[in-house]
Ligand binder design. Structure first.
Ligand SMILES: [Zn+2]
Length: 343
């Protein structure tokens, strides 16, 4: 069956701090990010007695100022009653604690992301752990790159306001009535431990977080805390699951870029792209290769220090998938560097 191509019903995103009405009671709010990906989309679902927020923005003073401005313009109308966070990344969870305290509103999040986020925030003021140094040395990083990792360790917590000490657990299959309609919670994995997304069948809207973006392929990474993980399997399983559960004509409200139609088409694209990357890596491993050798086969852009841990993580996600499927094997040399080769 042929699928709808991607289309974008709204040409222009709203100005930072301005609400844009997507449907009755469903508003789109843009916040800036201090990265090359320079924005995030947040969603406000309006009830009679208050707002439900989905994602919060990064924990910077400038984003707090934007929230204050939004509140000044609208607080005479409605208080914030619930705060939902799709996943633990700082652009999504950064201001959750601040908003919860300001409005005395409960935080809703998956258990794994809430706890992982608190651990990572607490780690931010530690020395870089030996396990982390070994993990990146095993990928083939040189001393200058390892020093850069060590110097940057702990950046995560600096972008997040402290989380509340309590939260309400979101699970797949939960339902919430918001903006006058029922929203179903759908769990996706691979990009974050347990990313929670929201489907409203009546409005035919899907708030996708980073689980489904129209142009960006979300980072799927192996991290030093769980070096043998296989997040690409999780990601591909989630793509297949979403194809089953999402209507093809749903309007996707993603955390980055613009709302779009064409969910199935985009999911197929993501699956195909990862399989293409797996094939490229497999072909490159006719000789023993280490992670850094393989960047040029996976990334079009030069991998500089600023994206190094993401590039290592993403490459390892593909390598661990190939190890798990028995297509590659791995050896370790005297310096602790891992080498990958075709079976
Ligand atoms: Zn994310």
């Amino acid at each position: 069956m042929s699928q709808a191509p991607l289309s974008f019903p709204f040409c222009e995103p709203p100005q930072v701090g301005q609400l844009f009405k997507v449907a009755n009671g469903v508003h789109w709010l843009r916040m800036p990010l201090p990265f090359s990906l320079n924005h995030i989309n947040l969603w406000i679902l309006e009830d009679e007695d208050g707002w439900n927020l989905i994602d919060t923005g990064i924990g910077t003073e400038s984003c707090i100022e934007i929230w204050r401005q939004v509140m000044r313009e609208h607080q005479h109308e409605k208080p914030v009653k619930r705060i939902f966070v799709t996943h633990m990344h700082p652009d999504h969870v950064g201001l959750a604690g601040w908003l919860c305290r300001k409005w005395q509103a409960p935080l809703h999040m998956s258990r794994t992301d809430y706890l992982t986020c608190r651990v990572m925030a607490a780690d931010s003021f530690r020395e870089p752990p030996e396990a982390g140094m070994q993990f990146y040395a095993a990928a083939g990083l040189d001393q200058e790159q390892l020093d850069y990792y060590a110097a940057k360790f702990g950046g995560f917590g600096k972008m997040i306001k402290p989380l509340p000490d309590q939260y309400i657990r979101l699970q797949d299959g939960d339902t919430y009535t918001m903006a006058g309609h029922e929203w179903q919670v759908i769990k996706g994995t691979g990009h974050a431990p347990e990313q929670m997304t929201f489907l409203c069948p009546e409005l035919n809207l899907y708030i996708s977080g980073d689980q489904l973006l129209p142009g960006i392929s979300s980072n799927v990474s192996v991290w030093p805390t769980e070096p043998e993980s296989n997040p690409l399997q999780d990601w591909l399983d989630s793509c297949a699951m979403l194809k089953q559960r999402l209507p093809d004509d749903v309007l996707v409200l993603p955390a980055h870029e613009r709302p779009f139609n064409g969910a199935h088409n985009r999911l197929d694209n993501l699956i195909t792209e990862h399989h293409r990357s797996l094939q490229k890596l497999l072909e490159a491993c006719t000789q023993p290769r280490c992670v850094v050798d393989l960047f040029k086969h996976l990334f079009r852009r030069e991998v500089d220090n600023t994206v190094l841990t993401l590039a290592v993580g993403e490459t390892l996600a593909h390598l661990n998938f190939l190890l798990a499927s028995g297509k590659l094997f791995r050896t370790t040399d005297a310096k602790g560097v891992h080498w990958y080769q075709q079976q």
